[in-house]
Each structure stands twice: as C-alpha cells, then as structure tokens.
Design a protein around this ligand. Structure first.
Ligand code: BGC
Length: 754
C-alpha cells in the first residue's frame, strides 16, 4: 500500500504577494523619488503625495468615469481602472454609460461561480483561479478586480449567493486568501466585497442590520479579516446596506475601527457603485475612493457628474471653508497612491494573458472539482454502457454567463451542458437527444450583451412535458438539467428569490420523467439551495453551478466519470425554508422603520438567529437537512483509519497536529475532503455543537491509503467574548471530529486545552 502525505489546507500558501518593493535595477536614478522603482513603496508614496496639490488629491479619490478614477497627469501618475469581477473580466462599457463600448477584443474567459470554487474545498484551485483571472485583468489593463465576494450565506433567498463562498466563515476564509494572492501576483488588486453584512438583495440600499458583536466577529467578519491579514488584499469594497444606522461605505465602526484599526488594513476602501450618500461621513468614516454615485441628489445620475461626487467638489468646498484640514484627504490620497505603486506603477510590468488555453483548462478543472454528487443509487452514474441518452431541460442549453447583474460576462465562448455531453459521448457512439421539458426564461441579455440565443418555444407546457415523457420512455438514461438561472428573482443581483422551490413548474416535469423512466439523473444548476420534493423518486442528483465558459465540459467530465466527483456542499440544503433559522420578518427581509432620507425608506433587520447560521442552526435544533453542509459523494468510497495527534494536550500558545489515514476502498481513483470540526465539550457560554476548523483534500488511487494532516491552534477553540472584546479559548476538553460531511462524523479524538 502506498502512503502519501497531504499538508493541511489551512497552511499558508506561499505565493509571494509582490508589492513591487524590490528591483534589480542598480544604476543611479536621477528622477524624483516617487518614480524611482528601486525605492520602497512607502517612500515613493510620501514623495508623490508631497508634490500633489489639494485639487490633485481630490481628483484621485473619486471616479472620473464608470470604472476609472483620475491619475495626476502633471506627475505622470496613472488613472486607476477597475473591472467586475468576480468570475471574469467584464466587457468594456462607455465612459459614462452602462452601454457597451462595442469592443471586439473584450470577450473573456468565464470562470466558475465562487460557489463552485468553494465547493471544491481546494485552496490550490483557488490560487489557480485568482492567478488566472488576475492574468485576464492585467491583460485588459485593469488595476482593480472587483471581487472576490465573501458575504456569508444566510438565507437561500439571497439572489447573490452564487457570487460568494458559502455559509461557513472558516471555509470562506481558507478559500478567499489564495484567490486574493493569485490575483495580486499579477499586480492587480483584489477588491474584496461587500464589506459587510450584505446578505440579501431585497432593500439592499436601505436595510439597516442589527447584529450582536459575537455574531459579527464569529460569522460575518472572519473571511474579510483573512483576506486582509493573510491575503494582504489591496482593496475592499464597502457594501450598500447599513449597519447600526450608518451606511457601510462610510461606516465608522466597520471601516475605521475594525478594518483599518483592528486589522491594520493599509489598502483602499472603494465604495460600491452608488453606495455613498453623505459627504461628511465619506470624509471622516474611512472611505477612500468613491465610485458610481447617483450625483444629482441621490436619485439618478446626470451625465459626467463626477465633479459633484461627495468626495469631489462638495468635499473641496468644505476644505476651502476650513471645515476640514487635509489630514483625511492625505490619508485617502496616500492609500490611492499605494494602490498605484502596487499595481500599474509596479516595476515588474506583468503583461497578463487573455482567453488562453491555460485559462480554459483552469476553468474546466475548477468546474469539475466543484460539482457535487448528491445522490447515486444503483450506480446510475457515471454513465456507462448506455446507447441512448435523453437530455431534458432549459438549463441544458441556456447560456448562463449573461445575466445576474454586475458579474454578467461577455464570454469568448460557453459550452452548454448539452454540447458538453454530446462532445464527450457522441465519439463513443452514444446517441444524445434533447427535449426542452419546460420554458423558463427565454430572455438573454444584460447591459447590452446578448446571448444571441433564440429560446422561443411554440409548444405549451403540457405538450412540452408530454414530448419529454414520450422521448424518456425510449432512452437508456434521462438527464434532466434545470434549476435556477440568472434572471431577476432567481440567482441575480438586485432582486432576491421569491420562493425556495424550483420555478417554471420543474418539479412536475421531474416527477413525470421519474414515472416514465427509472433511470433519471437530475442536474440542478444554481448558486443556491432549492427544494427537492421529488428527492426520493430520483435515483441520481447532481449539484452543478454556474460554471462559465467550460460549463458543459466540466459537467460531462463528472457525468462520464472522466473526473470522479469530489465537491462538497459549501452550504446546507434544508428540506424546506421553514426548517431554517429565519422565522420572522424582522430577520428577513426586515421591517420598515418609517425613517427616510431623501429617496431612501429605511428597513431594519435583526440577525436574531445570532451565530446559528447554516449547519450551526440545523445541528443545534436537531433538524435533518435535505443535504448537509460539507456533503458530497464520489464514485469510490473512503474509509477513515484511526486519527492520532502529536499531543492530546494543548496550551494557549501551542497547537496540535492531527493525522488521519484515509483509504480509497473503491475501484476508481478519487479525492476525499476530510473535514475537522471542533466541539467544545463544556463551555461557559452557548456554543454550536461543532464548527469547521480545518480540512484537507486528498487524492487516492484505488486501494491507496494516504495521510491527511491538519493543524490547529487555540484560535480553533475560541469564541468571541463580546464583553471583553477578545477571542477566548477556555480550558477543558474538546472533541476533534473527523468527518466526511457535517453530518457524517467518522472518527473522534478527545483532547484538552490547559
Ligand atoms: C455591485 C458591485 C459591483 C459594482 C460595479 C454594484 O452594483 O454591487 O458588486 O462591483 O456594481 O459594477
């Protein structure tokens, strides 16, 4: 038996985040210090700042176009260009319009949605993702990538969950750090968003979140903190909503006290587009760079109104009137200069790459590694020995890279699931046919980018089902590919979902297909959990995601067994919405307060479920989810051996390294994600039954045994004591749970903290 070792996912990845502070140039430099590439960034920043006029400083802290802010031409300091993010590089829009600029060279590689990346539980893939998308950004001469997003999955109704990394702060933290490092290795800043508590789209500009400190620090902040402290993020985006009565783009506590104070963030706080509303707060409360304001008095934009941005003339007037000195202005300008020197003024001069074969390969790999096999009875998957495959469902053909809001892309190409399956199966002599089954949303355009697909349909709903059922009767296997899409009230920015169930009558189509042919595979494409009332009548279920350019190839890789699925759910699938922690309107979508400001009618929302989000809730209530957090099947099976530890006693400054052997006991090679949950056996306060504190993904040939190593320190045992305002690990016994999902604990080891 071969034994291989895998080092913990939680250990730091060592890609150097270059700040451009070194240079091999040694020859004498007789220009101004800020242009001298061999000087440290801070020295260059201070020198540049000392040469700037007040007007020039004002100019660099607000937008000059939809996605750029001004430089200082007199000093040769460049403009800063931003782009969405987070799944690919957005198509070029006009200077001051959302309309397309009409470029013919801006069709990008569409990478998988961040839910898919998170489902891979593979920090190495996250590094590859960041590096690849960063290369695309650099090639397109962007300095700031508006992503990744790490808002926590609080409700399955949030339309933007697909842009985030799931319900668990530890998983999101481990996955965001390498993404940020990968992006920034290209001298492109990652702009981590949306800071913070931006967990829904309904009333996103007016929701005032009330949350206790323990919940804030334990659930909603850790991924941002990791991105800043460990990832070294150069930018962060304030969110639209309010926290404790103040908009988050100028929220004193979030930006000044926590981000810049407690975490020592030295980068740029960028507003979300249109998230700034009050000049005085924008000046004093931690915002550095203003974008997207609706400048005629908070309603809609006038053209080229950049001079009236809150941090433009209104701020300058206040400085001139003596209301402010230049301390705040210098701090903002200094941060923007630092951004310039880290990115476009970096002497490394990275060139980037756009739609390269390597990027397609990365997208396909990440896609396949993130797909989650939820059910596979009777070994129906992988497809084997079949001659006639019937594919049913709109999502088998619908392009998904267009739509969903600001993450919408103009992709160079997008392989649909149907085309991916045909490409994989037709050469093997398998006949792949297609039936629509239902009509979802036939539209396909966003912001002037259109799919060009004609999805119009003449048959009515019952005819569509009848045709699918009759074709299903003659197929060896039926693959239904449905789910949500990127239209409003599905998985989209600006409008939450209206229901937990599948839309467009898909449940009935699935039931009809299950009756017609017992060999049915349901592939759900979404960025959110959905109800599956038919779960018992369908033998195989696959959770697919918005995978981008390589969508169909990644899916075909998994369905045909070319890739053995190893994805694990980054969020819980409850049986029904009612099972979840959100019970009242005050929790979601919030209650109107009656208070107004200009066009805004505020809503107050209280996160009264506290830390009991996702599996923490279902565990605490003993509610069986449809599919739990961390769950995902494989075409092989894994057996966990006896775990051991270098010590079963830990001190507050020490740590423990656990090792656990895992054996692939099935017939094919595959990868397993070993999850380490920590459970505090006795605590002075109420704690979740268990919390994820480590994981390791290991690839094993059939019959092979490998060792997964996971190290923890006292952080893994701590809770946030709001009164003391510090993390506390209490002495006593803890259980280390080695699990294949949050509901499948295989081995336990008890240790103590002294
Ligand atoms: C979104 C951001 C996005 C920005 C620029 C906003 O509406 O919330 O995520 O980066 O637009 O497109």
């Amino acid at each position: 038996m071969k034994t291989i070792h895998l080092v913990l996912a939680a250990t730091a990845l060592t890609l150097a985040a270059s700040c451009g502070q070194t240079s091999s140039r040694t020859e004498a430099f007789d220009g101004p210090a800020y242009l001298n590439p061999s000087l440290p960034v801070e020295q260059r920043v201070e020198d540049a700042l000392s040469r700037m006029t007040t007007n020039e400083k004002i100019a660099v802290i607000h937008a000059q176009s939809k996605f750029s802010s001004a430089g200082v031409p007199r000093l040769g300091l460049p403009e800063v260009w931003c782009t969405d993010g987070p799944h690919g590089i957005r198509a070029e829009v006009l200077w001051d319009e959302w309309d397309q600029a009409g470029w013919t060279s801006d069709s990008c590689t569409a990478f998988p949605a961040l839910t898919c990346l998170a489902a891979s539980w593979d920090p190495e893939l996250s590094l590859l993702y960041g590096k690849s998308i960063g290369e695309e950004a650099r090639y397109r001469k962007k300095d700031v990538l508006l992503g990744p997003g790490v808002n926590i999955y609080r409700t399955p109704l949030n339309g933007r969950n697909f842009e985030y990394m799931g319900e668990d702060p530890y998983l999101a933290s481990r996955m965001v750090v390498p993404y940020v490092k990968g992006v920034q290795s290209n001298n492109v800043a990652a702009c981590v968003k949306h800071f913070a508590l931006n967990n829904q789209e309904t009333n996103r500009f007016t929701t005032d979140v009330k949350v206790d400190d323990r919940t804030l620090y334990e659930i909603y902040l850790p991924a941002f903190k990791a991105a800043v402290e460990e990832g070294g993020a150069w930018a962060i985006m304030g969110s639209y909503n309010l926290y404790d009565g103040q908009w988050n783009c100028h929220n004193d506590r979030l930006l000044n006290t926590i981000l810049k104070g407690e975490w020592g963030f030295d980068g740029v706080v960028i507003s979300d587009w249109g998230g700034v509303h009050i000049t005085d707060e924008a000046v004093t409360n931690g915002l550095d760079l203003e974008f997207g304001s609706w400048t005629n008095g908070l309603t809609e934009g006038m053209s080229n109104a950049y001079d009236s941005y809150y941090l433009a003339k209104p701020y300058l007037d206040k400085i001139k009137a003596g209301e402010y000195g230049e301390d705040e202005l210098n701090d903002k300008a200094r941060r923007v200069l630092r951004l310039m020197f880290r990115t476009n003024m970096n002497p490394e001069h990275k060139m980037g790459k756009f739609t390269s074969p390597e990027h397609s390969e990365a997208a396909r790999k990440i896609g396949a590694e993130g797909i989650v096999l939820l059910k596979n009875e009777g070994g129906i998957l992988p497809l084997d020995g079949v001659k006639n495959v019937l594919v049913v469902g709109e999502n088998a053909v619908k392009m998904m890279t267009v739509g969903g809001g600001s993450s919408s892309l103009k992709a160079k190409y997008e392989v649909s699931p149907l085309d991916g399956l045909k490409a994989a199966l037709s050469p093997k002599g398998v006949n792949v046919s297609y039936e629509r089954g239902y009509v979802g949303d036939a539209s396909g355009s966003y912001n002037g980018v259109t799919t060009g697909q004609d999805l119009s349909e003449k048959r009515n709903a019952s005819q569509l089902v009848a045709d699918a059922v009759s074709a299903a009767k003659n197929a060896d296997v039926v693959i239904f590919i449905g789910g949500l899409n990127k239209s409003d009230n599905q998985d989209a920015e600006g409008a939450d979902r209206l229901q937990y169930g599948l839309p467009y009558g898909q449940d009935a189509v699935i039931e009809a297909l299950a009756n017609a042919n017992p060999k049915l595979v349901v592939v759900n494409i979404s960025g959110n959990a959905v109800a599956m009332p038919w779960v018992d009548s369908v033998p195989a279920i696959v959770q697919d995601w918005y995978i981008g350019s390589e969508a169909g190839n990644s899916l075909a890789d998994v369905l045909t067994g070319k890739v053995n699925p190893s994805g694990k759910l980054p969020f819980t699938f409850p049986v029904a919405m009612e099972d979840g922690p959100i019970k009242t309107e005050a929790q979601y979508p919030g209650i109107p307060t009656g208070k107004n400001f200009a066009m805004f009618r505020f809503t107050e929302e209280t996160y009264s479920e506290g830390i009991y989000v996702g599996y923490r809730w279902y565990d605490s209530k003993g509610i069986e989810p449809l599919f739990p957090f961390g769950y995902g099947l494989s075409y092989t099976s894994f057996e966990y051996g006896e775990p051991s530890a270098n010590s079963l006693s830990m001190t507050k400054d020490g740590g423990i390294t656990f090792t656990i052997p895992v054996t692939n006991t099935g017939k094919v090679a595959g990868a397993e994600v070993v999850q380490l949950y920590i459970s505090d056996k006795e605590s002075s306060i109420d704690r979740p039954e268990k919390e994820l504190k480590g994981f390791g993904k290991i690839f094993l040939e059939s019959g092979q045994t490998g060792i997964v190593k996971i190290s923890i320190d006292a952080d893994a045992l701590s809770f946030f004591d709001a009164q003391k305002h510090e993390w506390v690990a209490e002495n006593g016994e803890f259980n280390a749970l080695f699990a294949s999902s949050s509901r499948d604990v295989r081995k336990t080891l008890t240790f103590n903290l002294k």
